[in-house]
Design a protein around this ligand. Structure first.
Ligand SMILES: NC(=O)C1=CN([C@@H]2O[C@H](COP(=O)(O)OP(=O)(O)OC[C@H]3O[C@@H](n4cnc5c(N)ncnc54)[C@H](OP(=O)(O)O)[C@@H]3O)[C@@H](O)[C@H]2O)C=CC1
Ligand SMILES: O=C(O)C(=O)Cc1ccc(O)cc1
Length: 431
């Protein structure tokens, strides 16, 4: 019997938290022939027991912990400490424990604090949502406290997802994902709030028609179609994210100030310096992640595009400015890229590296006042998200997120569908 078959017969995989991600893992492991046992909150037990027939459901995390050889906590980041404190002491002797929360600082601290010393720690993080095809997507593995044999076991278990395994420390993971996730979400969340604040559905307004606008709209709505706690948790619990989101908000207001002061020369110098730092290393043969064809295909607008209008693209100028200020080269972060991040980098690269586009945006930023109101709302939103995150304000995050989510509700399913198709195309390019 092979090692794999032996492990499949003798090891039990436990999942605590059968929400979107936990359920996806439980199903995939079961389909691959592993024995899985799972639970959600105790009040959900009768319903889950009734619904789930392909793997075992138990009342709570104590029952999962005491018989499982590898336990994955797939719960809200905000509550991880409380939940590990509750079930951690019940962990089977010499078992391995990991988590799926999007920031590892808090999660690993909770494991260290509440797990018995014999228990090993190997954590995971799938860098995509629950409805995305796992094939080829990055899956971070953090071997924090374990033997190499346990690591081999986790590798084998995870191999059924066909993701791209990336091995990082907890600190490396959080530093990179602060950029690829937290700042990226702050930008798209701010776009949504700005459209809401000026009461416009962007796909209905001629000035938002055009390729780059399609990508911005689809991604922003895709984020608003998810659960608020996913984004709140990964930004608020990650200390690196606070400084990076603040830098982004500051870049937005610095650049806008140069625009309204008419400081053309300073604005161009600052942006071209940032361009050199972020994109300067790309050779002639570099193929852009996005092109006109991809960008035009994915529109929520029912009207055919009638030529694009120039836009200051403040949200994209500001991300390159903040990457430059923080000495971040985003291509180095591709190892931890999510579909949303790849799209953000894709549209930014398109703006900065397509001949003439950047100059058109800068001309518009200085001379055209049509976008000033939108840009102002965008800056207010970016600052507000930064403040909410720095204050660790989960309830403020929920309130702001759900207000804008409600505004976009009718269009979320269609935007999600288009966003998924677009993400698939971009992943093919990135690979
Ligand atoms: N969704 C995504 O795109 C991704 C999410 N993640 C991370 O994975 C984790 C799970 O996310 P996701 O599945 O989307 O979120 P969900 O809200 O869908 O799932 C979390 C589940 O945990 C349950 N839960 C809460 N407390 C307990 C408890 N004491 N015992 C057992 N179960 C409990 C929740 O129940 P209830 O709802 O009743 O509170 C819920 O069903 C989060 O930390 C998230 O940040 C990582 C990658 C991608
Ligand atoms: O692609 C994104 O950024 C998403 O929105 C999905 C997501 C959310 C949380 C994660 O920890 C990983 C992926």
């Amino acid at each position: 019997m092979s090692q794999e078959e032996l492990w499949k017969q003798t090891k039990i995989i436990g999942i605590i938290g059968l929400g979107d991600m936990g359920m996806m893992y439980a199903r995939r492991f079961t389909e691959a022939g592993w024995k899985v046992i799972g639970c959600d909150r105790e009040e959900n037990y009768p319903k889950l027991k009734e619904e789930i027939k392909d793997f075992q459901i138990v009342q709570n995390g104590h029952y999962v912990s005491r018989i499982s050889d590898y336990i994955i906590y797939s719960v809200e980041a905000e509550h991880i400490d409380k939940i590990v404190a509750m079930y951690g002491p019940s962990t089977k002797l010499n078992a391995i424990v990991g988590g799926q929360t999007s920031c590892k600082y808090q999660e690993i601290r909770s494991f260290e604090r509440h797990l018995p010393p014999d228990v090993e720690i190997i954590s995971v993080h799938s860098l995509h949502g629950p409805k995305v095809d796992t094939t080829g997507q990055p899956l971070v593995i953090i071997q924090h406290r374990s033997s190499d044999e346990s690591q081999q076991f986790v590798n084998l278990l995870m191999s059924c997802l066909k993701s791209k395994l990336v091995y990082l420390t907890c600190e490396e993971h959080d530093k990179i994902t602060a950029d690829t996730q937290a700042v990226t979400h702050a930008a798209f969340l701010s776009m949504g709030v700005a459209w809401h604040a000026s009461n416009q559905y962007p796909w209905e307004v001629p000035k938002w028609i055009g390729g780059i606008e399609n990508a911005k709209i689809n991604i922003s709505l895709r984020i608003y179609s998810n659960k608020w706690h996913v984004y709140a948790g990964l930004a608020i619990t990650n200390p690196s994210a606070h400084a990076q989101i603040l830098r982004y908000a500051t870049s937005c207001s610095d650049l806008f100030t140069l625009m309204i002061q008419g400081k053309d020369k300073e604005l161009r110098e600052r942006i071209y310096t940032a361009k050199q730092k972020v994109f300067g290393h790309l050779g002639e043969k570099h193929q852009l992640l996005l092109d006109d064809n991809i960008l035009q295909q994915f529109s929520l607008s029912k009207e055919p595009p009638e030529g694009k209008q120039p836009n200051s693209h403040l949200s994209l100028l500001a991300i390159v400015d903040s990457w430059s200020m923080l000495n971040i080269v985003p291509y180095d972060h591709m190892i931890c890229s999510t579909p949303v991040f790849r799209t953000f980098l894709g549209v930014t690269e398109y703006l900065f590296c397509t001949p003439n586009l950047l100059d058109e945006a800068l001309d518009c930023a200085i001379t055209n006042t049509e976008f000033r109101h939108d840009d102002l709302e965008f800056i207010i939103a970016a600052r507000n998200w930064s403040q909410i995150v720095s204050n660790g304000d989960f309830s403020g995050y929920k309130r702001e997120f759900e207000k804008t989510q409600e505004f976009f509700k009718p269009m979320l399913p269609e935007a999600n569908r288009l966003g998924n198709e677009m993400a698939k195309k971009i992943l093919e390019r990135a690979q």
